[in-house]
Ligand binder design. Structure first.
Ligand code: SF4
Length: 319
C-alpha cells in the first residue's frame, strides 16, 4: 500500500477533566487513494472520535496528540480558519441522523447554496443550477420542486441522500461517513449504500466509513479496522476480515450478524459491554468479555502480530 491520501499516526485523544480520560489510544492507519476504509466497533469504541479528530471538530475539552497527515500538513496543528477551508472542500463528512443534520427552518435550496456561497460562488443562476445538479445526482424525484421544500417535507432516505450530495458537492478528496444508514429502515439502507458507492466511484473519492454493523462492510468496504475501547484490535482487507478473522472480538461481531444461513438458530451476542473510557481494563482491553482469556491477558497488552502481509491482529493467542 503506497499511496496514502491520509495518514493517522499515534493518534491519542484525551478529555481534560480533574483526571485526564483517554478516549483514543495510539491509533495508526493509512487511507489509500480511492479506497473505502471501514472503521467498525460498538458504541463507545472511539470510531466517531477518530472522525471528529480528522475533521478538527473535537469537543473543546478534548486534546489530540500525534499526527494526522493530509497533503503534507498535520491537521492537528492547523488553525480553525485553515481547517474551515479544508472542511467540505477537501474533506467532508456525512453524519448519522439526517433530520438533525439539516436545519428545519431553511429550505433545501438555502442549505445547499450555503455550501457554495461559503466557498466563493455568488451568481444566483449558477447557484441554482449547481443545487439542482446535486438533487439530480442523488436521484431525488421531481428535483425542481423538492429544491424549495423543507426537510420535514422529505422522507428520511431523501434527507440522507441530500446530505451525501452536500458532502460530495465540492468534490472533496475524502468523504467521512459516520453511520449514515443507522437511522433508516433496512430497505432504504441498501439504497443509500448503493448511492454512496456510485458517487464515490464517479467522483474518485477516498472514504472512511464508520459503522457498528459488520454486515454493511461487505457492501462498501475495501479494508476494515476493528476498534474497541479506543484501540485497534484487528485490521485487514475486507475479504480477509470477513472470511478469516483472528481476533475473538471480530469473531464475536460476525457471529452476532443475522443471516439466511443462520435462520432457525440462535444468534450469539458478545457477553457484557464496552468498558467506559474511565474504566478501561489493564492488559488486553477485551479480556473482561473474552471467552478465550488467558492469565497473561489481564496483565499485558498484546503485541501486533501480522497474519498475512496486510492483515494484523492484537491478541495473545495469535503467534
Ligand atoms: Fe481474548 Fe486474551 Fe486475545 Fe484479548 S488477548 S482477545 S483476552 S485471548
Amino acid at each position: 500500500m503506497e499511496n496514502p491520501i491520509l495518514t493517522v499516526q499515534d493518534l491519542t485523544v484525551q478529555i481534560k477533566n480533574q483526571q485526564d480520560i483517554t478516549i483514543l489510544n495510539n491509533i495508526n492507519f493509512d487511507l489509500q487513494k480511492g479506497e473505502t476504509l471501514c472503521i467498525v466497533g460498538e458504541s463507545g469504541c472511539g470510531k466517531s472520535f477518530t472522525a471528529l479528530s480528522i475533521m478538527g471538530l473535537l469537543p473543546k475539552k478534548a486534546k489530540a496528540y500525534g499526527k494526522i497527515m493530509f497533503k503534507g500538513k498535520n491537521l492537528l496543528q492547523l488553525s480553525n480558519e485553515e481547517l474551515r477551508d479544508i472542511r467540505g472542500k477537501e474533506i467532508s463528512m456525512v453524519f448519522q441522523d439526517p433530520l438533525t443534520s439539516l436545519n428545519p427552518l431553511f429550505s433545501i435550496y438555502e442549505q445547499l447554496s450555503e455550501i457554495f456561497i461559503a466557498h466563493g460562488f455568488k451568481n444566483k443562476k449558477e447557484l441554482k443550477t449547481r443545487c439542482l445538479k446535486i438533487l439530480e445526482d442523488v436521484k431525488i424525484p421531481d428535483p425542481k420542486t423538492k429544491l424549495f421544500s423543507y426537510p420535514h417535507e422529505l422522507s428520511g432516505g431523501q434527507r440522507q441522500r441530500i446530505l451525501i450530495g452536500m458532502a460530495v458537492a465540492l468534490e472533496p478528496d475524502i468523504i467521512i461517513a459516520d453511520e449514515p444508514t443507522t437511522a433508516l429502515d433496512v430497505t432504504i439502507q441498501y439504497e443509500i449504500l448503493s448511492l454512496f458507492n456510485r458517487l464515490k466511484r464517479k467522483k474518485g473519492l477516498s472514504a472512511l466509513y464508520i459503522t457498528h454493523d459488520l454486515s454493511v462492510v461487505s457492501e462498501v468496504g475495501d479494508r476494515v479496522i476493528i476498534m474497541y475501547a479506543g484501540t485497534i484490535l484487528e485490521q485487514g482487507p475486507k475479504e480477509s476480515i470477513l472470511n478469516n478473522p483472528y481476533h475473538p472480538y471480530t469473531k464475536g461481531l460476525l457471529n452476532s450478524i443475522p443471516s439466511l444461513e443462520k435462520r432457525g438458530s440462535y444468534l450469539t451476542p458478545i457477553p457484557g459491554f464496552v468498558p467506559s473510557a474511565e474504566n478501561r481494563p489493564k492488559g488486553c482491553p477485551f479480556h473482561p468479555r473474552c471467552l478465550k482469556k488467558q492469565a497473561i491477558c489481564t496483565k499485558k497488552v498484546p503485541d501486533k502480530t501480522f497474519v498475512s502481509d496486510n492483515h494484523f491482529v492484537y491478541c495473545h493467542l495469535v503467534k
